[in-house]
Design a binder for this molecule. Structure first.
Ligand SMILES: Cc1ncc(COP(=O)(O)O)c(C=O)c1O
Length: 464
């Protein structure tokens, strides 16, 4: 027989930062700590049972959590008056039938010993979502038809990113892929053109072969080093001499930070050497700067400093910065005018696109400065992984890549998923995790611990 006071409560907690909630249940045992990403109201509903019997626990609490969308108004917190209860058996919810809304959830709690637990998602920094302030900036953006050159917000973000990177002009484009393609098309303005690129470059591996497929441009690939650089001697050797058998080399492509090399940061001094080589041979130097922001943060340098060696750059607004889409190509005015023309040819001319350019402005002004937090999470993960015996590539920015023996990368991703951690397989021998705005340092630590566990099992030869 249990006699006590039953108190039902409900409250709403505004959640603009990650929070973790540990739950205890009336039915005993503890439930996993669940993570709730911002921006949400957390709706807590539950009950306290305060026992009047000395041989019972003095207080038992069950809590149900639901998430309520970010822009809804919070209902007032409520605390219902205590209800005296008598239960034949403390662990039965039969006597709670007067609480119909809670009943099925309580049953679920008891049967599954778990609440809905959101997986911690480390697959990519492209998962970052616009927060409330970014959405407000989008809603209030002044817009116009950008194909007519009449969208002031687009013009603002183009000019802003151009100025931050010390270039003459900028162009807003829908994606990093289009930004890179336009830049190379503009540099290769006649047939029989060739560009030199690393064999692990995003432009080579993951942009659907668009340089040849769309541009008819030949790519001369040289081995990318572990640190994301291309050896100067190999670049030099790959530059074509005039000969009717060969195409014309027009540009060299670098990637900074380098995605597949684990977010490695190309040193400014190295990029400067490549620039000198390119200019001495009449070539342009283009940078896939999808994460040039991270390269600047990692070196404690300004964007202008890391951008300086490059003639042209494509910078993404949607990687780690929360904008829903968009990249900015920057470079000399004549080059940007050519890119604008090519963008229209590819169907990338957009109309009232200031509505997303406003998100880009917010991303650059507010989210770029916080990227260092992502780097701290990544380096923490890297440390945990290497201490746990995992062969992790050097972590210099926000990307964590580790080696997986054999062709088990997919199996590792699946095993991590089963433990609530989402990462991706990067082909047979590599897995990747990228911490971002939607994760906390505690999440990163937990993810790394799970990865170490999964990899430990794999290395011991156990089935995952
Ligand atoms: C290094 C790099 N460059 C370019 C891109 C392409 O960007 P988008 O997905 O916006 O086309 C990506 C995408 O992840 C990337 O990682």
């Amino acid at each position: 027989m249990f006699v006590g006071d039953f108190c039902f409560f409900e409250m709403d907690i505004p959640c603009r930062q990650d929070v973790s909630i540990g739950l205890r249940s009336l039915f005993g045992g503890s439930f996993p700590v669940i993570r709730v990403p911002p921006p949400f109201w957390i709706h807590l509903a539950g009950f306290d049972v305060k026992s009047k019997n000395s041989h019972h626990h003095s207080s038992v609490r069950a809590v149900l959590v639901s998430l309520v969308g970010g822009d809804c108004k919070s209902p007032k917190s409520k605390k219902y008056p205590s209800i005296p209860v008598v239960m034949n058996e403390r662990r039965s919810d039969d006597s709670l039938s007067f609480l119909p809304p809670l009943r099925s959830s309580l049953k679920h709690l008891r049967e599954n010993k778990t609440l809905r637990m959101d997986a911690l998602d480390f697959r990519s920094d492209t998962l970052t979502k616009p927060n409330d302030d970014m959405r407000r900036a989008m809603a209030s953006a002044v817009v116009g038809d950008d194909v007519f050159g009449e969208d002031p917000t687009v013009q603002q973000v183009e000019a802003h990113v151009a100025s931050l990177s010390g270039k003459e002009m900028g162009l807003f484009v829908p994606s990093g892929t289009m930004g890179n393609l336009l830049a190379v098309l503009a540099h290769c303005d006649h047939r029989m053109s060739e560009v030199i690129a690393g064999d692990k470059a995003h432009q080579i591996l993951y942009e659907v072969g668009n340089l040849s497929g769309v541009g008819g441009i030949h790519t001369r690939q040289i081995p990318t080093q572990e640190d994301g650089t291309l050896p100067l001697a190999l670049i030099e050797a790959a530059i074509r001499r005039p000969d009717s058998h060969v195409p014309h080399t027009r540009a060299v492509l670098l990637e900074n930070t380098h995605n597949l090399c684990g977010g490695r940061v190309l040193p400014v001094a190295y990029c400067e050497q490549v620039r000198q080589l390119c200019h001495s041979r009449g070539l342009a130097l283009h940078c896939d700067g999808a994460r040039l922001w991270n390269a600047a943060v990692a070196q404690g340098a300004s964007l202008k400093d890391v951008a300086k060696p490059f003639d042209t750059i494509s910078l993404c607004l949607s990687k780690g910065l929360g904008a829903p889409l968009g990249s900015i190509v920057v470079g000399p005015a004549k080059f940007i005018r050519t890119c604008r023309h090519l963008r229209k040819m590819l169907g990338g001319g957009m109309r009232q696109v200031g509505i997303v350019a406003a998100a880009g402005l917010y991303a650059v002004n507010t989210m770029y400065p916080r990227l260092k937090e992502d780097h701290v999470m990544a380096s923490t993960m890297g440390t945990i992984l290497s201490r746990g015996g995992v062969a992790v590539l050097k972590v210099e920015s926000n990307i964590v890549i580790w080696r997986v023996p054999g062709s088990q990368a997919d199996a590792v991703a699946t095993a991590c998923k089963a433990q609530g951690i989402l990462i991706i397989s990067m082909g047979p021998g590599l897995c990747r995790a990228i911490p971002h705005f939607g994760n906390s340092l505690a999440d990163a630590e937990r993810a790394a611990t799970v990865i170490v566990g999964v990899m430990g099992k794999l290395l011991k030869g156990s089935n995952l």
